[in-house]
Write a protein that binds this ligand. Structure first.
Ligand code: NAD
Length: 475
């Protein structure tokens, strides 16, 4: 019998009697079912969150930290069960699933240490003026399918720590691990502080426009982000949007191809390329282009694409059929246009599982769809450049501005270029790194607001200024 995973509403695990199937992308088999919620269940969760908010907002940071500590522990104590579940619904190899689970536990614990102290502007015999931070209220969190657990905790933690309560909606493609975590943390906080409900995409707009939700925190595509901004405008809900990216990686001529090939490979192919901050356009200086592109292709040749639960798999399937078809369409377009492939390009849509062979393109033009659009799959276009000015202009020629990387033997030179990139994060000689203490914020159409660190936490608060005239007490 198929395992059924329940929702968390008001501290209880509940279902609706109607179920959605969840499919393993490597086998296309149904691996579980989750409740199909609609407006009624959403109302119930919002009412629970509203009631809980009245008391949760009065708790101290230490009380909130204690609840978050229980969540971090529940995740790490059950890591093996959770990472196996995650691989089965998301597709990523066990090792990467384990990193996501342990990384999520670390992020909960690390961010729980943040504080929001009052800022004192003035405090003398005449007057005191200070800014305190008050929680925004009930939050709706909406997350995608590429990092379902990381993204879920990234919504829950700052909301709880700021004194807000939350209704979280996982992607209908990857809700299972999150619901298992819901079960494990059901009594970590008072009933109604954290609610997790599942359903089709159609409950997303109901959350965005719900009159008793005060803020939306969303991670997903730029297209959906725009709809959310529109939906939230009716009652001026606060919003944080973490959206798509088309990140450029720039390799300067002094980089040793043997030292960077493997890292560049993984900067594009980790999680089968389904990472908002994956390197989706790789610019290599013409002096080392041939040697480095060959070294990347050679490395790719020994990476196994397959079921993430099998030992030795480095790259798993695409998470869902819709995205699989989109990636194949971009590859077909590149083939039709006659672009050169160093590896990949062939695929067998009739086979079982949403597998795409590792695909590396040899110097396609800048306006190729596979370069200009976010591929979100195991695709790596390598492009030649000859001057710094030219590559900076090409890297910045995008509506997106999420992250980027510069690789060079000369870190100072790389930083000079990094500072000219129009993105929220730039790595020098490293990749895909986020910290719990620094803001992650997309520029341009990659986002609105920030996550992580104090800036991320502030997004769940309003500033309130208290001004006391100490010499005018009407006594
Ligand atoms: P998506 O926008 O299709 O869906 C994301 C979530 O939004 C899902 O839970 C979905 O059910 C919900 N949703 C769909 N339509 C909605 C609507 N009209 N109103 C409200 N909610 C709605 O994105 P996806 O395909 O799940 O994820 C892939 C995208 O996410 C990529 O573009 C990727 O770059 C982006 N992403 C960004 C980050 C980041 O932090 N910047 C991280 C991961 C993924």
């Amino acid at each position: 019998m198929t395992t059924q995973y329940k929702n968390l509403i008001n501290g209880k695990m509940v279902d609706t009697g109607e179920w959605l199937d969840v499919v393993n992308p490597a086998t296309e088999e149904v691996i579980g079912q989750v409740p199909a919620c609609g407006a009624a269940e959403l109302d119930e969760a919002v009412a629970a969150a509203r009631t809980a908010f009245n008391s949760w907002k009065k708790t101290s940071f230490d009380e909130r930290r204690e609840a978050l500590g229980k969540i971090a522990k529940a995740i790490s104590d059950n890591a093996e069960e959770l990472y196996r579940l995650l691989t089965s619904e998301q597709g990523k190899p066990h090792e990467q699933a384990k990193q996501e689970i342990m990384g999520a536990s670390y992020m909960v614990a690390a961010q729980a240490q943040l504080d929001l102290d009052d800022e004192i502007f003035q405090d003398d015999e005449k007057e005191s003026i200070r800014t305190r931070r008050v929680p925004v209220g009930v939050v709706g969190g909406i997350v995608p399918w590429n990092f379902p657990v990381s993204m879920a905790v990234q919504k829950i933690v700052p909301a709880m720590l700021a004194g807000c309560t939350i209704i979280l909606k996982p992607s209908p493609f990857t809700p299972i691990t999150t619901l298992r975590i819901a079960e494990l943390i059901a009594d970590a906080a008072p009933p109604g502080v954290v609610n997790i409900i599942t359903g089709e995409d159609s409950i997303g707009p109901l959350i965005t426009s719900h009159p008793d939700i005060d803020k939306i925190t969303f991670t997903g595509s730029t297209a959906t982000g725009k709809k959310i901004m529109e939906g939230a405008s009716a009652d001026l809900k606060r919003i944080t949007l973490e959206l798509g990216g088309n990140d450029a990686s720039i390799v300067l001529p002094d980089a040793d191809p043997k030292k960077v090939a493997e890292q560049l490979f993984w900067s594009s192919f980790m999680n089968a390329g389904q990472i908002c901050i994956a390197a989706k356009r790789v610019y290599i200086h013409e002096d080392i282009y041939d040697e480095l592109s060959q070294a990347i292709a050679d490395y790719a040749a020994q990476v196994k694409v397959g079921d993430g639960s099998e030992q030795g798999t480095g790259v798993g399937p695409i998470q869902n059929k819709k995205q699989y078809e989109r990636v194949l369409e971009l590859i077909e377009d590149a083939k039709d246009k006659g672009y050169k492939f160093l590896t990949g390009g062939e695929s067998d849509p009739s086979g079982t599982g949403y597998f795409v062979p590792l695909t590396i393109l040899d110097n396609p033009p800048e306006d190729a769809r596979i370069v200009a659009e976010e591929q979100f799959g195991p695709v790596m276009p390598l492009m030649k450049f000859s001057s710094e000015e030219e590559v900076i202009e090409r890297a910045n020629n995008s509506d997106y501005g999420l992250a980027g990387a510069v690789w060079s033997a000369d870190a100072d030179k790389a930083v000079e270029i990094a500072e000219k990139l129009e993105t929220g994060t730039v790595w020098v000689n490293q990749f895909l790194k986020l910290t719990p203490h620094t803001p992650f914020a997309g520029h341009k159409q990659s986002g609105f607001g920030a996550e992580y660190g104090k800036e991320g936490l502030l997004e769940f608060t309003y500033p309130q200024v208290i001004m006391v005239n100490k010499q005018n007490a009407p006594a």
